[in-house]
Ligand binder design. Structure first.
Ligand SMILES: [Zn+2]
Length: 252
């Protein structure tokens, strides 16, 4: 039913200095972003993809002169299958185990305790989408918990704030870089006026609306969502999603 896409290269591109975009490949994968620390050359990866596309990512990175072994940090936006399954493959491949995984709130708990039914929410399981399909075993992972008051520094160029933006899932977060006006919103908002699903267990239309309202107040140039395209017209894209989501009734 689904194309497993394991052989396809995730061809990336440079978005701005030291920030790279690797678009999703096939079904149930996600966009991934890599930021390079200008001083140490270490790499931070945003979201882990579904794991089936990890070899494609590694090849895509190589083509841009980036080495997989230089990934020392992985930042997760939320716990869903398409964003986290790659973690299990990445950690296995990193023999020295120095890669740190960062997550917030319930997302951190789910990954730390390996709670499979939260990683594969609701209806996804009934389509035969399970760990066997992806060739992974959900095991407890060592997680470094993010807090809302600490910023993330990647070299001297990037400082991200964490925003708790529930609605798509209870502990979904956005990573916001104020100086360079970059927003990594996970599955909160997408380009083209769309926004994340709110019908999974733990999802909430009301909370999604409130979260989108908050990011609509930010100044965003580069909007780097978890699916579909990215845009350098972030403010315009977010306000369009904001208008669209406001027009939905709250009967869910
Ligand atoms: Zn999701």
């Amino acid at each position: 039913m689904f194309d497993k896409s394991s052989d396809k290269v995730k061809n990336g591109e440079l978005v701005i200095d030291d920030l790279f975009f690797f678009p999703e490949v096939g079904m149930l994968d996600c966009n991934q972003f890599i930021i390079r620390d200008q001083d140490t050359k270490e790499l931070s990866l945003f979201d882990a993809g579904n794991g089936l596309t990890l070899n494609g990512l590694i090849e895509g990175m190589k083509r841009l002169g980036l080495l997989f072994k230089d990934i020392t940090r992985v930042y997760i936006t939320h716990e869903h299958v398409d964003h986290v399954l790659g973690l299990y493959h990445i950690l296995k491949k990193m023999e020295d185990n120095k890669t740190q995984v960062f997550a917030y709130g319930e997302t951190a708990d789910i990954l730390r305790n390996g709670i499979e039914e939260k990683i594969f929410p609701g209806s996804i399981q009934s389509f035969g989408i399970n760990t066997k399909y992806f060739g992974v075993k959900i095991i407890p992972i060592n997680i470094t918990e993010l807090t809302l008051h600490e910023s993330i520094h990647i070299g001297s160029e990037f400082t991200f704030k964490i925003m708790h933006t529930p609605g798509h899932s209870p502990s979904s977060i956005c990573y916001y870089e104020e100086q360079q006006k970059i927003l990594i919103p996970g599955d909160l908002v997408f380009t083209g006026g769309s926004f994340g699903r709110y019908d999974f267990p733990g999802g909430s239309l009301q909370k999604l609306k409130e979260s989108i309202k908050r990011v609509n107040e930010l100044d965003v140039t580069n909007l780097l969502p978890g699916h579909m395209g990215i845009t350098s017209q972030g403010n315009k894209a977010i306000s369009s999603s904001f208008r669209m989501v406001q027009s939905i009734g709250s009967y869910f």
